[in-house]
Each structure stands twice: as C-alpha cells, then as structure tokens.
Design a protein around this ligand. Structure first.
Ligand code: NAP
Ligand code: MG
Length: 498
C-alpha cells in the first residue's frame, strides 16, 4: 500500500462538489432534488453524491437538445467549425488525462495504469478521428436514366444529414470510452445529444461535461442526465428523440427496441457477447496462452468482447490449460491506485454477486475449478481470475454472458467441429483465432459469425476500425467511417438540367 498513488488534488476538488445534471449548458439539480451515492468498488466507500435525474429531467434535456438541433447555432455552424470544437475537446481531455484516469479507476475499480493507457488515450484518439470526419461526410452523384422521361438529363446526388436529437445510453465497464464512442460520431455528424451514463459510474461523463463547456459547444448540444434505468427508458420513449444508441445487456437492448417503437426512432445496439477464442495446435503457444488469459481477464472480464469460451485443440489442451491457469494464479488483485495491481475489483456488489453465482452454477453443473473461484477476504468486490474445465455447451457458464473474470476451456479435434461450437451461441460479437497457418486463419475467420475476428491478437481497438455484433450482439457498427451511418440520414436530391 505504501506505493499507492495519491489522489490528485483536482480529483479531490471535483469529488467534493455536488454532481449535477448538464442541461442546456447549465449545471442543475434534478427536478426532485434527489441524489444517489456513487461508490468506489475497491473499498465500497462512497465517492460522491450524484443528481438522480428522472423522466422530468430527461424531458428538459431532450427539449434543450431539440431546440439546439432545430434552431441553435450548432445546426448553422460549418463542418470545419464543428471539427475544430471536437478537436479542442480532444486536446482538453488529453491535458486532463491524469484526472480522468483517476476518476475512472476510483469509480469503476480498474487499474489506474489501464485507465491512462487504454480508456483515456483511446477516448482522445476517438475524438480526433471523428473531428477529422466532420468535414468529410459527403454524398455521391448518380448518372440516372429515367425511362419515362428519356429526353431529360438530371443532376442527382445524395446528401448526408444529421439524424437529429440522439439519446445515448451507456454501461459501466468503460464509462468514459463508451461516452466518447457515442458522442464523437454524433457530434461530427451534427446531431445533438442527451447522454445517460450508468448509475454505477457517472463521474467521468460529468467531468467530460465540464470540458464540453470549456471547449465552447453551444447550449443544448450535449446534455448529460445521470440516473437509473427509468431515466434511460424515458429517453428511449421520448417522442422528440430521433435516434437511440445503446450499449449494455442484450436483455435491456430488447426493451430499448420496444420503447423506441412509439415514434419508430432509429436504434443502434451494442450488446453482450460470449466470444470464442480458438487455439490451434500449430499456434505460437506462448503468445496464444498470454493472449487467451488477457482476452478474458482484462478489465476484470467486464468486456462485451471478452474471450470467455476458450477452445483448445486436443494435442495442446493440457499445455494451454496449464499456461492460462498459471497466469490466472499469478495475477495480482488490488486497489487500482496501487501500481502493482494487475486486476481490480468488479464494478459493484450486484455484479460481484452475479459472477459468484455463475461460478457456483458452473461447479454445481460439474465444472472443475483449476484457478480462482474465490473472493478476496477484504472490503471491495474482488473475485479471483477463474479457470473452469470439464464444461460443456449446455451449461449456463458456457451459454450466458458472465461479465467477470471467468473462462471456460474446452478441447476440440477438428476445424469443422470448433467452428460449429464457436458459432453455437446467440451472441456474435468477437472471436480470437491463434494459428501460424495463415490460410487456416482466414478460412476460420470467414466462417465465424462475429463482428470482429482477431487473428494472433485480441482486444485490439482503433477509432478507425468498426466494432459491433452479429446476431444478438447488436445492430450497427461503432467506430470507423461506419459509425457515421448511425448518426446520419441520406437525402436523395434530383433536378432536371436539360
Ligand atoms: P444494463 O442494465 O443493460 O445497463 C446499461 C445501461 O442501460 C445503463 O445506463 C442502465 O442504467 C440503462 N438501462 C437499464 N434499464 C434500462 C431500460 N429499461 N431502458 C433504458 N435504459 C436502461 O447493464 P447492467 O445492468 O449494468 O449490467 C448487466 C449485464 O449487462 C452485465 O452483467 C453484462 O452481462 C451486460 N453488460 C454488457 C455490456 C456491453 O458492453 N455489452 C456492458 C455492461 C453490461 P442504470 O445502470 O444506470 O440503471
Ligand atoms: Mg462506481
């Protein structure tokens, strides 16, 4: 504990303030005046009191976003001015890296080192990438030939227009990064936003709101309402919202679809996963073992694309299991502010209980624990990195998303068999393939029903690379040029010119 990083004075100052809602560029209390406590999952101490926004606050925020979209200066600004503002936000975020990393570690539990190098750095990059797109969102021209007006020539083209007011609902596993994945393409496209952070981890989004004001975004362009699922549902149902972008559980994703039906608002969904990670006998095993372990244990396993089903070719099964087990046993759990910590706590008591229940269900169905399986006898929500073998396709631990540091390892004999087993899931978010046979790698990738396949690597993210799910893992792609499709409508324009 002696090496523990001290909390930055600026973070302490931020935490000591009442955390309010950002509506129309004003920090306001919730209509009811209610607040809720946000805790540090490494200690279960209360970090801050946050405004408890509800339906009424969502309505105020949506009206502000509507006005800003329909009449505000935002919709009249040039794409270049919008781009500069997003770029400025990126610069501000980068300059405040340490504060954001600390807040993220305190609120979510993840190691500070990870928050700096992954969460904040990727967020800065995403803003810059999307700032670049703001000036490049163009349409096309078409040489149309209309059979019933053969003597007329037309000029026809498409324009990409912002979809309008967007409701964005995000989870707690990468609180800042999820906010930025949503905000950056929406702002680049010219939309206005109401953002609803997860109740467990609202702090970095509120802090980002401060920078949004500092960057000079006009009033109503970004509104942030902290609260619970009912606030999310009110946003989804609001008739003045044109589009909802959601990241979270598949279960809530299905509710979002129902809630959005009223005005048939556009919906994009980034949902759960149960991603297969396939190790062939001809893989570089040292790399594959390290990759398999980090694919599931990174971020305490709280990743939608976690490599939670590890399939290993029979001939190297024992060796890979031994290697992953050894890594799992060696991972240092602790407070995110301790520089030697490799894994923090789970995000909340609820999530801790959920993961413990899954481990229990696995063993009761016959799984064998080779590493972990226990909690730490200290305050906070620590679950050991857990390796389960002797599992089979029908078990809950193999079928359902655990969202914790728990991997099931299963042997396979043939390529066809493992492709079939890998695809035997209602999810289709990501997959890993480990082999030195390049033809096999591409052949397997082509047959996997997953939005991303990583070959001889895992968890590689870039602002330019689309990310999203097949099957029940979601609708649409975030990041990359494709993310702009989520926030734009296409208008076809046609006029006779001769
Ligand atoms: P969740 O319930 O899906 O929450 C995600 C977001 O949706 C939160 O902001 C949540 O608000 C909000 N929400 C909840 N109910 C809503 C509703 N009826 N209408 C609109 N918005 C609503 O996820 P969770 O409960 O935090 O986690 C449960 C499980 O979801 C995890 O164990 C994991 O399996 C999965 N999950 C997946 C991802 C992913 O990236 N794919 C991320 C997180 C969780 P509040 O939380 O503030 O109430
Ligand atoms: Mg928290």
């Amino acid at each position: 504990m002696s090496n523990q990083v001290r909390i930055d004075e600026r973070v302490l100052a931020f935490l000591s303030k009442p955390q309010k809602l950002l509506i129309n560029n004003q920090w306001v209390e919730s209509t009811t005046g209610k607040t809720f406590a946000v805790e540090n999952p490494a200690t279960s101490d209360v970090l801050a009191q946050v405004s408890h926004g509800d339906k009424q606050d969502i309505d105020k925020a949506v009206r502000a976003a509507r006005e800003a979209f329909d009449n505000g200066p935002w919709c009249k600004m040039t794409a270049s001015a919008r781009s500069s503002m997003i770029w400025k936000l990126a610069d501000l975020l980068e300059a405040h890296t340490e504060e954001f990393a600390q807040l993220e570690s305190l609120d979510n539990g993840k190691p500070l080192t990870v928050a700096r190098a992954a969460d904040v750095a990727l967020s800065v990059d995403m803003f810059r990438y999307m700032a670049g797109w703001a000036t490049k969102i163009g349409g096309e021209t078409f040489p149309i030939s209309v059979p019933y007006t053969p003597n007329t020539r037309y000029l026809s083209y498409t324009m990409k227009e912002p979809v309008g007011v967007v409701g964005q609902i995000i989870p707690w596993n990468f609180p800042l990064l999820m906010a930025v994945w949503k905000l950056a393409p929406a702002l680049a496209s010219g939309c206005t936003v109401v953002l609803k952070p997860a109740e467990q981890t609202p702090l970095s989004a509120i802090k980002l709101g401060e920078l949004i004001l500092e960057a000079g975004f006009p009033k109503g362009v970004v509104n942030i309402v902290t609260g619970f699922g009912d606030a999310g549902a009110a946003l989804v149902e609001h008739p003045m919202v044109d589009k909802v972008a959601f990241t979270g559980s598949t279960e809530v994703g299905k509710l979002i679809l129902q809630g959005a039906a009223g005005n048939l608002k556009k919906v994009s969904l980034e949902l759960g996963g149960k991603s297969p990670n396939i190790v062939f006998a001809d893989a570089n095993l040292e790399m594959a073992i390290a990759g398999a372990a980090s694919s599931i244990f990174f971020n305490q396993g709280q990743c939608c694309c976690a490599g939670s089903r590890l399939f290993v070719e029979r001939g190297v099964f024992d060796k890979v299991v031994e290697g992953v087990t050894k890594i799992a046993k060696g991972i240092r759990l602790g407070d995110g502010f301790d520089p030697s910590t490799q894994m923090g706590p789970l995000v909340s008591k609820e999530q801790f209980q959920r993961v413990c229940d899954y481990i229990e269900s696995g063993t009761s169905e016959g799984a064998k624990i080779l590493a972990g399986g226990k909690t730490l006898p200290r305050s906070g929500y620590f679950v050991e990195p857990t390796v389960l073998t002797e599992t089979s396709a029908h078990m809950k631990v193999v079928k359902e998303e655990i969202f914790g540091p728990v991997v099931t390892v299963m042997p396979f004999e043939t390529m066809d068999e493992v492709i079939c087993e890998a695809n035997n899931s209602e999810f289709g978010l990501a997959a890993g393939i480990w082999t030195q046979d390049i033809t096999k790698a591409h052949a397997v990738s082509a047959k996997l029903k997953a939005g991303t396949t990583w070959i001889n690597c895992y968890n590689i993210f870039d602002a330019g690379l689309p990310f999203g799910g097949y099957k029940q893992s979601g609708w649409g792609r975030e990041m990359g040029k494709q993310a702009l499709d989520l926030y734009t409508e296409t208008k076809s324009v046609c006029l006779p010119i001769s």
